[in-house]
Design a binder for this molecule. Structure first.
Ligand SMILES: Cc1cc2nc3c(=O)[nH]c(=O)nc-3n(C[C@H](O)[C@H](O)[C@H](O)COP(=O)(O)OP(=O)(O)OC[C@H]3O[C@@H](n4cnc5c(N)ncnc54)[C@H](O)[C@@H]3O)c2cc1C
Length: 451
């Protein structure tokens, strides 16, 4: 079925980059909006999740209002009242004042004077190509949707409270556990585990801190061995006992996955370990059940299979969800099925920007009007609306910076590994350890706008 183009935009598919979904793309060099009047129409963009990916997308789109898009309304939805700077969790854990600063209010996100709004609420389901429903039953209409709900590390690394007070209380409970512990165990030698072990050891030099990792070397495998070896060496300087090739059988899961109070666990070697506090830095999950209604509508799974691990939402390189029926739905950041090597804040932010650029492109081409027109005819007709050529996101930068306590660290950028060197310590301290790049997030959360 081909939908007549009631806008007069060219729809002849000069380029069909359908990426196996049937989506029809056209080479649209001639199809940019004809006048500012086109972009003054009412357009609702909903962004769910206000962290790296969502904040970038919402900010970039909201800024269009300053450029004549007077009918544009961006609604940012998050289940929490505050953004929590998870990147700074290792410092927040041992520094109560920093923890206090690591929560930034969504209330001040948008500049006043425009239609944009923040709504606190949890996404319950994406009903169809034009509406979502929150946990409280509220239905919100969208022309374009960006899902940026991320992934969840185990609590309290992933703060689960929906207010600043609740989040601070979670972290404070763990801090109090560390204060009274003699033995601390961190399970998982990825970047988070290494950072938490380093900060715990630096803050509590008299306590026995153990980092146990199931792999043969610390940190993600796509980084050089020198970086991993440097991490072992520098953790050793702080007195951390690093145990590799040992898989710990973890106490049964809970939402709040740190175990405070003496516990005994066994490793795959059969060895028994005791810890007064055990912190899980493994077990990344994705909650994506909310797109089940879309799966029912298009008759296909839009998520990675359960056996494959976290149920990431499948996307095209353009970050559109991988179904021809929902070309106006984007998924940016940790929630999508880009490889695990992309699960970083700065990459999520780049993806948020790409999703926003692509939505801007679609707005300029009148895509939302064509889609609405098609959906009036038949829900399946959405698949036939031709999409303008969009940008593809590609993962071009591989870099990591891992503070190990406030004064030490390892890093890699552009394939140059800085492991054992003193230069690594200087670089990481200068760039990251001071405030874990919290200052960069403040550009998004201008609390002066908060009521
Ligand atoms: C302890 C720790 C340290 C890290 N250190 C670094 C680092 O140094 N550098 C780096 O680049 N990356 C780091 N990362 C990874 C980085 O934090 C993530 O890659 C990044 O946060 C992903 O961003 P995101 O926007 O995709 O999602 P998230 O940051 O996961 O944010 C998702 C947002 O969606 C909201 N949300 C979730 N579900 C719903 C729902 N159903 N309804 C409404 N709202 C919802 C959440 O409240 C949250 O605000 C670290 C992660 C952790 C846990």
């Amino acid at each position: 079925m081909t939908i007549a183009n009631h806008q007069g935009y060219p729809t002849i598919p000069e380029f069909n980059g359908n990426f196996d979904t049937g989506l029809q793309y056209y080479n649209d060099s001639k199809s940019i909006a004809h006048s500012m009047a086109d972009i003054k129409r009412e357009i609702n963009v909903v962004v769910v999740g206000g962290s790296y990916a969502g904040a970038a997308a919402a900010k970039k789109l909201a800024d269009l209002s300053k450029k004549g898009y007077s009918g544009l309304k961006v609604t940012l939805i998050d289940k929490s009242t505050h953004y929590f700077h998870a990147v700074g969790f290792p410092k927040a854990l041992i520094d109560a004042k920093y923890a206090e600063r690591a929560f930034l209010p969504f209330a001040g996100f948008f500049e006043p004077g425009f239609k944009h709004a923040f709504v606190q609420g949890k996404l319950e389901k994406v009903i169809d190509a034009h509406s979502i429903q929150l946990e409280n039953g509220q239905t919100i209409h969208y022309d374009y949707l960006v899902i940026a709900t991320g992934g969840q590390a185990p609590g309290p690394i992933n703060v689960i409270g929906s207010t600043k007070e609740a989040g601070l209380a979670e972290i404070a409970e763990l801090r109090a556990g560390l204060d009274s512990a003699n033995t601390i165990m961190i399970v998982g030698g990825g970047a988070v585990g290494v950072e938490v072990a380093g900060y715990a050891a630096a803050a509590y030099p008299a306590k026995k801190v153990t980092l146990v990792h199931s792999g043969s070397r610390l940190l993600p495998g796509n980084f050089r061995e020198g970086v991993s070896n440097g991490a072992v060496e520098k953790l050793g300087k702080l007195g951390v006992n690093v145990i590799l090739n040992e898989r710990i059988e973890l106490p049964s899961d809970s939402a709040y996955a740190a175990h405070i109070g003496s516990t005994e666990v066994f490793g795959s070697s059969g060895k028994k370990y005791q810890a007064d506090v055990l912190i899980k830095a493994v077990g990344f999950q994705v909650h994506s059940e909310f797109i089940e209604p879309l799966e029912a509508l298009c008759g296909q799974s839009l998520r990675a299979n359960e056996e494959e691990g976290p149920r990431f939402i499948r996307v095209l390189p353009t970050l559109q969800i991988k179904s021809a029926m929902f070309p106006n739905v984007f998924v940016a950041g940790d929630a999508n099925d880009m490889p695990m090597t992309t699960k970083y804040g700065f990459k999520a932010e780049m993806q948020g920007n790409t999703a926003a650029s692509n939505i801007k492109r679609m707005i300029e081409c009148g895509f939302d009007q064509e889609l609405a027109h098609a959906l009036n005819v038949d829900p399946v007709a959405a698949a036939d609306v031709q999409v303008p050529a969009l940008s593809k996101w590609s993962d071009l930068v591989d870099a990591i910076m891992v503070p190990i306590g406030p004064d030490l660290g390892v890093a890699q950028a552009l394939k140059v590994a800085l492991g054992s060197s003193a230069l690594a310590n200087c670089l990481v301290s200068l760039v990251k350890s001071r405030d874990f790049m919290l200052w960069m997030r403040k550009g998004y959360f201008k609390s002066r706008h908060a009521k």
